[in-house]
Design a protein around this ligand. Structure first.
Ligand code: SAH
Ligand code: SF4
Length: 366
């Protein structure tokens, strides 16, 4: 039997690769060899997978292949971060069109962090975020999600340190592309796959309650971060229109029911917007909202873009942090990397590339 045209190997699970090999009349373990080669050894050319018989490689090469996104540009920040701009091809099988997407590689002492995208653009329309300007272009496939990470690792292989953290905080809302993100996460976490443990992988959500409830049922899942960003519903409605669909009571209700593992905390992110959500009254309300949750808070100084907001002052951030810590909530100030090359949180909007018109048809309907 021959392999069907357009059969992309990258993104396939171990089971799918086993089935593919069996359908070709080969033993299933050949599928596992391909799996290891792709994800653990980062071999992106079947010719390099020399433990496969030449005849199988030849047969696979007729229909199946590994089609990596093209790195269109690399933007190097003064702080060492690199923003990658990828061109994703159209996929005839899935009927998806070409798209551009971004990921950021951030080296630091003892670890590297890769911030990857889960969708091209985003439909959620948070008012302070430049990605929202793109609207949703399309969902990424598991292979397209993994490729960003594998390419960033491969390009920096000479300087990698032992620990890699993955954060799905690039373009897109991970829980609105649930299946593809979870498939990618399983391959990431598998010791025979990419081999990055669950403790080092974080999905960040704007608060898609059904997605949080579904994630709660998964036996293998990454850590969860929630973008809170406001201290009451009126404020959150204005900053994150998704709040009208999933208001704070529903969101925090889902968080309270979320089954945390012994080592796990829920992470709440809070973008500090000058004069909007950064007062001590806000901090007190946040303490009330989070009461009883096993959680930590990351305060994220707002990263500027061409949007009608301003940064909080250093004093406001310090006082906000102090109040939360005083009330027993572990709180960090997370300064984003790569601001100078538009690589920081909320700045991923394909800047320096062909701008894409935002249209109301690709925003979420509430
Ligand atoms: N869509 C997901 C993940 C991507 S956004 C989410 O919203 O959680 C990752 C983080 O960046 C979120 O916590 C978001 O609130 C934050 N963010 C968005 N725009 C920002 C900006 N301009 N400055 C700082 N953080 C921002
Ligand atoms: Fe989308 Fe997250 Fe940006 Fe909101 S903050 S628009 S959910 S990427």
């Amino acid at each position: 039997m021959s392999v069907s045209q357009n059969n992309e190997l990258l993104g396939k699970t171990k089971e799918e690769l086993r089935e593919l090999c069996v359908s070709l009349g080969e033993p299933a373990y050949r599928g596992e060899q391909i799996y290891r080669a792709l994800y653990a050894e980062r071999k992106f050319d079947l010719e390099q997978v020399t433990n496969l018989p030449a005849a199988l490689r030849e047969r696979l090469s007729h229909g199946a292949g590994i089609r990596l996104p093209e790195v269109k540009k690399r933007f190097q920040s003064v702080d060492g971060a690199i923003r990658y701009l990828f061109e994703l091809g159209p996929n005839e099988k899935d009927k998806t069109r070409a798209a551009s997407v971004e990921a950021v590689f951030m080296p630091s002492e003892g670890r590297q962090t890769i911030c990857a995208s889960t969708q091209a653009g985003c439909a959620v329309n948070c008012q302070f975020c430049l990605t929202a300007q793109l609207g949703l272009i399309r969902n990424l496939s598991p292979g397209e999600i993994l490729a960003q990470i594998l390419i960033a690792l491969e390009e920096n292989k000479d300087t990698l340190v032992p620990h890699t953290n993955i954060v799905f905080m690039g373009q897109g809302e991970p829980l609105l592309n649930y299946d593809a993100v979870l498939t990618a996460c399983r391959i990431l976490q598998d010791p025979n796959g990419v081999g990055i443990p669950a403790k080092r992988v974080t999905i960040s959500t704007s608060g898609i309650v059904p997605g949080i409830e579904r994630l709660a049922t998964e036996s293998e899942r990454p850590k969860l971060a929630i973008s809170l960003n406001a201290s009451n519903d009126a404020q959150r409605d204005a900053l994150m229109p998704i709040n009208r669909k999933y208001p704070l009571a529903a969101l925090l209700g889902a968080c309270r029911k979320y089954p945390l593992r012994s080592w796990e905390f829920l992470m709440f992110e809070y973008v500090m917007l000058g004069g909007i959500n950064d007062t001590l009254a806000d901090a007190k309300r946040v303490v009330k909202l989070l009461a009883g949750l096993k959680c930590k808070v990351n305060l994220i100084p707002w990263n500027p873009g061409d949007l009608p907001y301003r940064e909080s002052s250093e004093e406001a951030i310090a006082e906000f942090q102090e109040l939360l810590i005083d009330r027993g909530i572990v709180t960090f100030v997370r300064r984003s990397r790569g601001r100078d090359v538009m690589a920081a949180c909320g700045q991923l909007a394909l800047l320096n590339d062909t701008p894409i018109e935002k249209s109301s048809s690709n925003l979420i309907t509430l």
